[in-house]
Ligand binder design. Structure first.
Ligand SMILES: [Zn+2]
Length: 415
């Protein structure tokens, strides 16, 4: 997640424990490698039949195969069964195998593998967090979908029942934040996920509306409390008005989508990047999904789809420029603050515009990932996990086999 709050108050946020190792470095020039790939020159990326070029596809497949073997053997000795989150734990691995099933089929092989990683955790949920990425809603929502696909109707219903039973807490617990990783929109995403895969009939629309309204009310309440605010909705996490996808307003808005986008848009740095929090002293430094342009780009793309306003497309493009220039992170190859997560910004913009320039850039970032571990990047604390480690890089490479259907995991459900 890049810079989490400097003073950690949350006892069990193992997720935030790996963040500060290169925070002490100074300017942005030390945070990334210079991007020495030639920029897009106008030549075609796709074959004449509109497919990814065979040579690149073969390289993708062979890399995926090697990485999957590495993941399998890594997980044999390094699976922390006490962490069942999507973000760093077993459910994230399950989501990768669910993705492999979706892309490659091969009977129920991948589904059974996915199930292996959530079956057991489902019996020991801690009831402490309710979100898809970091809480119980992840295994419950993904569990419901996997059981459904395997024809285990009773287990599916049980998961759904348990997922929905958290709704009241999510709405009523005043101590709950609203952000994506630990807060209400993280629960809302789980409902959206289930609805996306199982149809809207299976989710209580009243519950959905209640959670949605609560998030709006809470954003309005903070604005009232502050007296004056440049935006009709505002949120805090650990006493800070975060703006990025993981803890802040742009992540909440991606899930809720409000005119607030216009406010966020004005915060753009000249580079095309966006600040990590209001008044952030770190300035224009972070090109991560969690805290910068690679997360905001998805919000601008959705805004363009919803409002058809060119200004949002322009912002998405400028996000892509800064990701291209500064997105080959020394933090590594992961989804949350790594090259794979950054590349999803290009893929999303390619899918919106059809412009191969962006596909080209995604391909180049994938090629960077082919040399996983050879750039001298720091090794994440959870090196095999979906959001920090190898599982996420594989997830991205798998998606690049069919870029039109590539979606940022646990965040983007667009069809
Ligand atoms: Zn991150």
């Amino acid at each position: 997640m890049g810079p989490a709050p400097s003073k950690r108050k949350q006892a069990n946020t193992s997720i935030t424990s790996s963040t500060s190792s290169n925070m002490s470095h100074g300017g942005s020039h030390q945070r990334e490698f210079p991007n020495e790939f030639p920029d897009y020159d106008g030549s075609k990326v796709l074959d004449d039949d509109g497919k990814m070029p065979r040579e690149f596809t073969e390289k993708l497949k062979s890399t995926i195969e090697v990485m999957l073997q590495k993941l399998d053997s890594g997980l044999e000795t390094h699976t922390d069964w006490s962490d069942y989150s999507v973000y760093t734990g077993t459910t994230g691995i399950a989501l990768l195998y669910f993705h492999l099933h979706d892309k490659f089929g091969e009977g129920d092989r991948y589904l059974e593998k996915a199930l292996h990683y959530i079956d057991e955790p489902l019996n020991h949920l801690k009831r402490r967090k309710h979100t898809f990425l970091c809480g119980d809603a992840g295994p419950l929502a993904l569990g419901a979908v996997i059981y459904h696909k395997l024809g285990k109707e009773n287990d599916k219903q049980e998961c759904l029942k348990r997922l929905f039973s958290r709704g009241q807490d999510v709405v009523e617990d005043r101590s709950l934040p609203d952000e994506l990783l630990f807060g209400r929109v993280g629960y809302l995403f789980a409902l959206n996920f289930v609805q996306h895969h199982l149809g809207s009939d299976c989710v209580d629309q009243d519950l959905l509306a209640k959670v949605f309204r609560k998030v709006l009310q809470s954003g309005e309440a903070l604005v009232r409390q502050e007296g004056h605010c440049p935006c009709p909705l505002m949120y805090e996490w650990h006493d800070k008005k975060y703006l990025g996808a993981a803890h802040g307003l742009s992540g909440i808005m991606y899930i809720l989508m409000q005119p607030t986008v216009d406010y966020l848009q004005e915060l753009r740095f000249p580079s095309g990047n966006f600040p990590s929090s209001i008044g952030s002293p770190s300035g224009d430094k972070l090109i991560h999904w969690c805290h910068g342009a690679p997360g905001w780009i998805h919000m601008f793309i959705l805004s363009y789809k919803v409002f058809s306003s060119e200004k949002y497309l322009k912002d998405a493009r400028s996000c892509a420029e800064v990701i291209w220039k500064r997105g080959l992170l020394r933090k590594g190859y992961g989804i949350c603050h790594g090259v794979a997560g950054n590349a999803y910004g290009f893929v999303a913009l390619y899918n919106l515009t059809g412009e191969e320039k962006y596909l080209y850039r995604a391909v180049k970032f994938a090629e960077w990932c082919f040399d996983y571990g050879h750039h001298g990047c720091r090794i994440p604390d959870r090196p095999y996990s979906l959001f920090e480690g190898l599982a996420g890089t594989i997830y991205f490479l798998v998606d690049l086999l069919d870029p039109a259907k590539a979606r940022f995991p646990a965040f983007d459900l667009s069809t």
